[in-house]
Design a protein around this ligand. Structure first.
Ligand code: FES
Length: 112
């Protein structure tokens, strides 16, 4: 058993949940970087790097379905929880995200 504790991330307020339509993504500046933040139809939220690792497609403009986002440029699909590519060797960085009690999306950076 290790006595090394995992590094705790820092919470950053991204923006209001209402700024992201259900089933879509939007870009927010979070902790000095731009992230794609997605809102499910059940008001769950996910955060990933802004750009697709293939050729830089804008992930926040992609179709979101069933916990995954499809890059609008060449249809590479990424799991929004794990960041794994579902039809590609590429993967995206994901960040823990939640909605705070005041309706603001909170993203935790520094755990990756
Ligand atoms: S840039 Fe995203 S799939 Fe090509």
């Amino acid at each position: 058993m290790s006595d090394v504790m995992p590094a705790a991330g820092l919470d950053h307020r991204a923006g209001p949940l209402d700024a992201v339509p259900r089933g879509e993504g939007r870009v927010f500046a979070v902790g000095g970087q731009r992230l794609a933040v997605f809102r499910t139809h059940a008001d769950g939220v996910f955060a990933t790097q802004e750009r697709c690792p293939h050729l830089g497609g804008p992930l926040a403009d992609g179709l979101m379905d069933n916990g995954a986002v499809i890059c609008p440029l060449h249809d590479r699909t990424y799991d929004l929880r794990s960041g794994d590519g579902l039809n590609t060797e590429c993967r995206v960085q994901t960040y823990p995200a939640r909605v705070g009690p005041d309706g603001v999306i909170v993203v935790t950076l520094g755990t990756e």
